[in-house]
Design a protein around this ligand. Structure first.
Ligand SMILES: Cc1cc2nc3c(=O)[nH]c(=O)nc-3n(C[C@H](O)[C@H](O)[C@H](O)COP(=O)(O)OP(=O)(O)OC[C@H]3O[C@@H](n4cnc5c(N)ncnc54)[C@H](O)[C@@H]3O)c2cc1C
Ligand SMILES: NC(=O)c1ccc[n+]([C@@H]2O[C@H](COP(=O)([O-])OP(=O)(O)OC[C@H]3O[C@@H](n4cnc5c(N)ncnc54)[C@H](OP(=O)(O)O)[C@@H]3O)[C@@H](O)[C@H]2O)c1
Length: 391
């Protein structure tokens, strides 16, 4: 039965419909627009997905799990490399009905990142794969990772045409296709029937092929006619209950998403606490997305301070942590007044650098030793006043 005409939890329940991780809600994409101007090096998109009739509930700070399907062109290339037509029967996953090879590759399995068992199987079957065989040794793990950077399943199939896999055997060497998480960039109080997202569309070239991130391009390119299956993922990245508590939010790039939701929420509930946002992007002219939103939050008094770091607008890089350091005295004052410190975005470098800068500021402005500054930051964490949502 279609749930589209049912709108209350009772109506959905009496019709036997409840959306869950295993039965995600089919969310129609209402808005999908590029946030950067055409001359930008990035493709960052603003998406709005309808939640109408879903009864899905979430709080600001939560993420949404999105269940993608794979790129049909890539699946066609894989079928071609395996000399398959796609109609071959495949056993359904965990009691699901049997399906075809093409549908299984599109819907059920990860077809980009090669698993060690697929690589091992190729190395055993290939007439010549000496380097791969060597790199699959236990002690060459790091070298294997370096070798695999920018390589996908299709490369190994094309490179070793002598390797033959029966469809069911090939499927057994693939991982299950996983949902991806996206921070929700809106508050239900401001937008009760849609969830907003900021998606960095992953697209790059390597080894002579154009590569696309599975889910970011699914959202950006393949949800026009069919819905995106979604389900909320609960997070601990929460606003303080006290609306008077000051907030410091550090969110470069897509990391700004939950802070847009925080500010919408604070606006909706009329919270009075002061707020400070550090936003960073490549260039002010092409990548200062949500500038109008931020200006209107400032005009409304919901956002007290906005500091921006446009890394590529000058010869040397300027990042959010440089802006923090530039206002270290005031930042320390806010912390001492009980501010909550939030960081969202890149885990590999940004979050580590911001953490190091925070410790430096506490040390310098608080007149503390390294150990005392570390203790202070650990206490912020245990008091749940320092929260990170990094990926
Ligand atoms: C809690 C949480 C919140 C998140 N919120 C957001 C959000 O708000 N917005 C957002 O955009 N993302 C967010 N993410 C990340 C998101 O979940 C996905 O990981 C991201 O969109 C990439 O997924 P994908 O399927 O498009 O790419 P995949 O198909 O999974 O490919 C990603 C992989 O591609 C490879 N890769 C990427 N670039 C290159 C390159 N230049 N060269 C070689 N290899 C490369 C890397 O191995 C990388 O791991 C969040 C993640 C978490 C855990
Ligand atoms: N795990 C995933 O699947 C996934 C998904 C999305 C994003 N990410 C990661 O998140 C990063 C950010 O992606 P995004 O699209 O949200 O933002 P982005 O636009 O790539 O970056 C935002 C800003 O952060 C800057 N930056 C780079 N290194 C930094 C550092 N060490 N400290 C502080 N700022 C730094 C960038 O500067 P420069 O670029 O000029 O150096 C840019 O100005 C990506 O590079 C990627 O590593 C991971």
């Amino acid at each position: 039965m279609s749930a589209s005409h049912l709108s209350t939890p009772n109506e959905l329940a009496s019709a036997g419909i409840s959306y869950s991780r295993k039965n995600p809600f089919p969310g129609h994409v209402l808005v999908n627009r590029r946030l950067n101007s055409p001359d930008s090096e990035k493709e960052t998109r603003h998406l709005e997905i309808s939640l109408e009739h879903s009864c899905l509930d979430y709080q600001v700070g939560d993420s949404m799990a999105v269940y993608p399907t794979n790129d049909p062109d890539l699946v066609d290339d894989i079928l071609k490399a395996l000399c398959a037509n796609g109609d071959e029967p495949i056993a359904g996953l965990k009691g699901a009905p049997d399906t075809t090879f093409r549908t299984a590759l599109l819907r059920d399995y990860g077809v980009t990142q090669p698993t060690p068992k697929l690589l091992r199987s190729i190395a055993q079957r290939a007439s010549a794969a000496p380097l791969l065989k060597e790199l699959l040794h236990e002690d060459r793990r790091h070298d294997l990772d370096t070798y695999l950077w920018g390589m996908e399943v299709i490369d190994f199939l094309v490179e070793h045409p002598s390797v033959h896999f029966a469809p069911q055997d090939f499927i057994a060497l693939l991982p299950k296709l996983q949902p991806r998480l996206y921070s929700i960039a809106s508050s239900l109080k401001a937008h009760p029937t849609a969830a907003h997202f900021i998606v960095d569309v992953i697209s790059y070239s390597s080894h002579g092929r154009k590569r696309k991130g599975v889910c970011s391009t699914f959202l950006a390119e393949r949800c026009t006619d069919s819905p995106a299956p979604i389900f909320p993922a609960v997070s601990k990245f929460r606003l303080p209950e006290d609306g008077d508590a000051p907030l410091i939010m550090v969110g470069p790039g897509t990391g700004v998403a939950p802070f847009r939701a925080f500010l919408q929420e604070r606006q909706a509930i009329g919270a009075r606490g002061k707020t400070w946002l550090f936003f960073g992007a490549q260039r002010e002219k092409s990548d200062f997305y949500y500038q109008e939103d931020f200006e209107s939050f400032i005009a409304d008094g919901v956002l007290t301070k906005l500091d921006t770091a446009f890394s590529r607008d000058q010869a040397h890089k300027i990042y959010v942590q440089n802006r923090m350091m530039g206002s270290s005295g005031e930042l320390w004052k806010w912390l001492e007044e009980g501010a909550y410190f939030y960081v969202c975005g890149d885990a590999k470098r940004m979050a580590k650098d911001v953490d190091a800068t925070l410790r430096e500021i506490v040390q310098e402005q608080g007149g503390k030793s390294v150990d005392e500054a570390n203790e202070y930051v650990e206490k912020l964490k245990s008091d749940k006043r320092y929260k990170r949502d990094v990926y």
